[in-house]
Design a protein around this ligand. Structure first.
Ligand code: MBD
Ligand code: FE
Length: 279
């Protein structure tokens, strides 16, 4: 494996290990619920087969591809790109405050805790336009939330995530910023590049075979949490950026688009306030 260009084996596939290493709040499900949901999923598949008159060679090709997704460790990548947006849509129906978006496959817990005014860990020669994101975390009544946590992670200037690309230092462009007495934060980072689904794994092969594009618009990932409040999982995008209107993961929302302005030294400045509801 070269270090300049991480392969699917070094990114999409590592997401399986990251998923397994994280404690997940998995559902306790009744037989009735399993039967209900799985029947609906299967009915969707059965309908597609009838409607599209699927052939035996196509069925075998699908089986082969599914085996490869598992062997390649790409189920987290595939599911987060093509399915998670609908789960988030349903969750959003009962959520007020800041809009949510999908978590995606590249979150890693337990990153460095940083004060309210901070710079994300980055290499001395980190490539990309400096970006300062500042704002306030409040509850739905407008009360500032001191000590709230912004758990932030992002791709670098080449579109790669630390922990999933072997050439990047652990913890690069990841950190947990803690808000001040007025719920405020100011975090310095770099503007991320758009993200490309790795082309050398089964997810990328499917995208190519179907003639789709493999891009997500540039984005920052955030979890925003405060004691007694519902955690928000979201992403922030950049106005005018490539792929904003054609995200392969269908995870953009107009309320989540930043419009950073350059200062005298070229540094980009953006503001975003987060609103959490009580739980
Ligand atoms: C990403 O960076 C991402 O945010 C999602 C949702 C899926 C794949 C890569
Ligand atoms: Fe991402």
């Amino acid at each position: 494996m070269t270090t300049a260009s991480p392969t699917a084996a070094g990114s999409g596939a590592s997401a399986t290990q990251a998923f397994r290493a994280t404690r997940h709040d998995t559902a306790a499900v009744t037989a009735e619920r399993i039967s209900d949901v799985v029947s609906a999923v299967l009915a969707g598949v059965h309908n597609a087969i009838r409607e599209k008159k699927l052939t035996y060679p196509e069925f075998q090709a699908a089986k082969q591809w599914l085996i490869e997704v598992g062997e390649g460790g790409e189920w987290p990548l595939f599911l987060d790109v093509f399915v998670e947006h609908e789960v988030e849509h349903v969750a959003a129906e009962t959520q007020s405050g800041t809009k949510g978006s999908i978590l995606g496959p590249y979150y890693l817990p337990d990153q460095v805790r940083l004060p309210s005014v901070a710079t994300l860990p980055m290499r001395s020669d980190e490539k990309g336009t400096p970006l300062v994101l500042s704002g306030q975390v409040r509850d739905t009544e407008g009360k500032p939330l001191a000590g709230a946590e912004l758990d932030l992670w992002q791709a670098d200037g080449d579109g790669y995530y630390s922990g999933f690309a072997p050439h990047l230092p652990d913890g690069n462009l990841r950190g947990v910023i803690v808000t001040d007495d007025e719920g405020r934060f100011t975090v310095t980072t770099i503007r991320p590049a758009p993200y490309q689904i790795p082309t050398d794994g089964p997810t990328g092969k499917l995208i190519e075979a179907a003639g789709w594009h493999p891009w997500r618009p540039a984005h920052l990932h955030l979890l925003v949490r405060a004691p007694g409040h519902r955690k928000i999982t979201t992403q922030l995008y950049f106005q005018g950026g490539d792929w904003l209107d054609s995200d392969v993961a269908q995870a953009t929302k107009p309320e989540l688009v930043l419009n950073p302005q350059p200062g005298d030294d070229g540094t980009l400045h953006a503001e975003y306030d987060f609103v959490l509801e009580r739980d």
